[in-house]
Design a protein around this ligand. Structure first.
Ligand code: FCB
Length: 456
């Protein structure tokens, strides 16, 4: 048996837009994902988050599932436009009531809430002022963070500011694949910088309001490797690694952007977004780092950048087709990459406790005639990644918890409902939830505190 430390946090994760639905209920205003999803061709099959898993109405059942699973923590996000429909000014009390009830339900099961303040659903009125291209959005975000703390801070003491700012800047502003669907490299760097600033301002605001709270950020890291030994590929990997991994980690940990990032920002004309003192704010100390890990990227230099590529400023870089096996998303399954990443974070973010805040896989699940959902590929995926976490802990790396993405099948952004990441199968027409085999497997892992030595 591979035992995890007794106080290891076992969790599952979701996000507001992906599960809540109730898009026009309870005073919620529109987010940029509501409007983006309505633009033709943006989301597969024209799916939207209008109804999603109807979690807004069904949260007691979903919390019951978390109880059955036996998790000790649950990571969810707050929808900014549900709390502050205009992105500024008075709060919508009914929106905060919902999160307050959710937190109470979790605490009744002894489940600790980990709250993400921003998982990509910017209130539409802020986009009229430029959205993440405006510096003002950073200040607005700190005000919103304070409002959330005022209502929930008596019970929530664990916060992450942003989820994966790389996606909400590079996928959103360079690749055009996420809201607001822009394809402008300069804007991607500017949006990323303002999101980092928003993180720093919100961290400072939460610190002032709640000195005892644990505040961090969730970043998505990928193992970036050159497609060959060729010098051009190595150079491409260095630059992609800079914008995927280093651009977010280093200013937070060291208060500075790496030179590679500064060069790419300069070349994209984004340097004018800086103001004196910004990096000091971005570098506000954090208490832990949330790590999301799914796959690796193999990159080629001396190539033409592909359409929809998020790699701003890297016009001579292409991505090599993933090696097999892949998940339903077409993402290469590469558990070793997680081990490599944890060792790297141990070195580059010394002393910072790490939590895996997302890891999981989509596969084409279906209910068999007996109503069971057999998902051995997901069990294998989770098992292999947890083994990497276990090995990292044995090597002295301070990994304190693991959250599966996701509790429920849900709205997978540009892929709509076509990709099922859940431990629980959701039959969308009836909204019936059915635990998959992986749910019972994870429940056993949690109950026994570790992994069996046999591989699955
Ligand atoms: C991450 C997102 C999460 C989910 C998974 C599959 O990038 O944070 O919302 O979509 O990917």
């Amino acid at each position: 048996m591979r035992h995890f430390p007794a106080d290891f946090t076992w969790g599952a994760a979701t996000s507001a837009y992906q599960i809540e639905g109730a898009a026009r209920t309870g005073g919620r205003g529109p987010s940029i994902w509501d409007t983006f999803a309505r633009e033709p061709g943006r989301v597969l099959h024209g799916d939207t988050g209008d109804i999603a898993c109807d979690h807004y109405h069904r949260f007691p059942e979903d919390v019951g599932l978390l109880g059955q699973l036996g998790v000790t923590a649950y990571r969810f996000s707050i929808s900014w436009p549900r709390v502050q429909p205009d992105g500024r000014g008075p709060v919508n009390t009914e929106g905060l009531d919902f999160y307050s009830s959710l937190v109470d339900a979790l605490l009744e099961y002894g489940i600790t809430p980990l709250v993400t303040l921003y998982h990509w659903d910017l209130p539409v009125p802020l986009s009229y002022d430029g959205g993440w291209l405006s510096r003002n959005t950073a200040g607005r975000f700190a005000d919103y963070a304070t409002a959330c703390h005022e209502r929930l801070g008596d019970r929530v003491t664990w916060w992450t500011t942003l989820n994966e700012p790389w996606c909400s800047s590079f996928l959103a502003y360079a690749a055009g694949r996420h809201a607001p669907g822009r394809t402008n490299d300069r804007e991607a760097f500017v949006a990323a910088h303002h999101q980092l600033l928003a993180h720093g301002r919100a961290t400072g605001a939460l610190r002032d309001a709640a000195p005892e709270a644990a505040v961090g950020i969730t970043l998505n890291f990928a193992d970036v490797v050159p497609a060959s030994d060729d010098e051009a590929d190595a150079d491409a990997a260095r630059r992609v690694d800079a914008i995927m991994n280093r651009m977010f980690l280093e200013p937070i940990v060291t208060g500075e952007y790496p030179d590679e990032v500064l060069d790419l920002m300069d070349a994209s004309g984004a340097s004018d977004a800086f103001a004196d003192g910004d990096l000091h704010i971005v570098g506000e100390p954090i208490d832990f780092l949330g790590v999301n890990y799914y796959t690796r990227h193999r990159v080629l230099g001396g190539s033409d950048r592909q359409p929809g590529s998020p790699w701003a400023g890297c016009d001579d870089v292409a991505e090599e087709a993933p090696a097999h096996p892949v998940t339903g998303m077409g993402w290469e399954i590469c558990p070793d990459g997680l081990g490599v990443l944890l060792a790297r974070l141990h070195r580059d973010a010394p002393g910072l406790p790490l939590y895996i805040t997302e890891n999981g896989a989509a596969f084409p699940d279906y209910a068999n005639p007996e109503g069971e959902i057999r998902d051995p590929a997901r069990v294998g995926f989770l098992d292999a990644h947890l083994r990497e976490v276990h090995a990292a802990i044995n090597d002295g790396i301070d990994v304190r918890g693991y959250f599966v993405w996701s509790l429920l099948d849900n709205f997978e952004w540009a892929e709509g409902y076509s990709q099922r990441f859940g431990l629980v199968y959701v039959d969308y027409p009836s909204q019936q939830r059915r635990p998959k085999d992986s749910f019972w497997w994870y429940a056993d892992v949690i109950a026994s505190g570790g992994l069996l030595d046999r591989s699955v």
